[in-house]
Design a protein around this ligand. Sequence first.
Ligand code: NAP
Length: 494
Amino acid sequence: MGMIRFAILKAFYSYRMKKKEGSKAKGKPDATKNGVVKAEKSKRKEEEVDEEDEEDEEDEDEEKEKDEVEDEEDDADKTKMVSIPEYYEGKNVLLTGATGFLGKVLLEKLLRSCPKVNSVYVLVRQKAGQTPQERVEEILSSKLFDRLRDENPDFREKIIAINSELTQPKLALSEEDKEVIIDSTNIIFHCAATVRFNENLRDAVQLNVIATRQLILLAQQMKSLEVFMHVSTAYAYCNRKHIDEVVYPPPVDPKKLIDSLEWMDDGLVNDITPKLIGDRPNTYIYTKALAEYVVQQEGAKLNVAIVRPSIVGASWKEPFPAGKGILRTMRASNNALADLVPVDVVVNTSLAAAWYSGVNRPRNIMIYNCTTGSTNPFHWGEVEYHVISTFKRNPLEQAFRRPNVNLTSNHLLYHYWIAVSHKAPAFLYDIYLRMTGRSPRLRNIRYGFNTILVILIWRIFIARSQMARNIWYFVVSLCYKFLSYFRASSTMRY
Ligand SMILES: NC(=O)c1ccc[n+]([C@@H]2O[C@H](COP(=O)([O-])OP(=O)(O)OC[C@H]3O[C@@H](n4cnc5c(N)ncnc54)[C@H](OP(=O)(O)O)[C@@H]3O)[C@@H](O)[C@H]2O)c1
């Protein structure tokens, strides 16, 4: 559209110039003509004054048009001249959450599509006995990076793992690392967050709000920062009917909440959490809304952009369509909107949004709702149908098993499918791993399964029926008698 407008304005402008030149040539007074009466002379003079006024107005209009054309030209040049890979050329990018679902895909796409990016600092914490460097190395050796490894075998040199625990004061950065980051970072992608819906409020605030604020404060010290890209969620304001590309007022002043959490004990925090989160469903959504406000307020002097994805799903195209078939059941209503966005779409949006803000330097914070919404509605019932039929037609390589979906809004049916589709196969798979001398991979799932089974038995059979309670007491007294007998008989031997 911009280009078309630009072409029309340019054509219009040259047409006006030609017309003006023509009219000037035509309207030139003939100085050689004699015998012109005074009245005619003064009339002509008046006409000349009018003409001059008109010309002045025309000149002003032309100036304006010229300015507009130049502006359009500038805009066109900017977008035409700097492509996304060109923009990232020679830039130093800082990425948080690189070990997470979205961060990994972003890292891969950035290095693959913008091969001339100078370096990527990834802030990673130590975990499970692994150093940040070891963790990053493990990720880079994964299948996700196969394509990049083929296309650009030297890509590893560009990735610099930096030890950082975001929940610690000053992000637990060493002085040297901090200096390097401050001196050279050009673009920040802040993806790290706790995405657990049931995270306790203190921890959710610590990572999603306080760490974001700390990163903004660090960004303010950066010498050549161009863009701060914050990844939020489309559900940050899910309590509203319409969500525009604006940051809405927060449910509570984040500073006041942070101060209060400092003196409250965990019990009190848990007690007031439902009241605080109000009509938002969980602490994740609540803290992500607070984080947006912090980014907007504290980052007012920075060039900030926010991307709000809805539910980030498996990749659509890049680097390869994905899915393992592990998750098979979910509690959902078939008629509810399934606002799924493929991870590669979210990543492309984030990279393009940072490019746009970096090139155009918009005056206001840029916000992108990266959702399907009602523009292209897709319901959970359809997800069930499409997943089953698609994976029947296109089986996955190395899938744990064929992906399947059982969606139900019924609580009991949901738990039935969890037991049949998740827990039981995990249990059998663990047995298989043990029998083949390998350590069980799904042990936690199995422990969870056992615990849930015991609780279910207790709730359904013991806590509710008198008969089961009698049986329970009978079994317990039998065990007690057996133990007493065992103790007595063992004492008798001595
Ligand atoms: N997934 C979705 O459906 C979805 C939807 C909308 C928005 N988002 C947003 O997208 C972003 C990324 O989400 P995701 O799905 O990729 O989450 P994820 O897979 O859980 O990844 C979270 C990342 O944050 C890092 N992190 C957590 N605590 C940290 C700490 N204390 N210090 C340093 N790093 C820490 C994790 O590192 P470790 O590996 O060390 O734990 C991990 O790299 C989040 O901001 C989320 O709100 C996600």
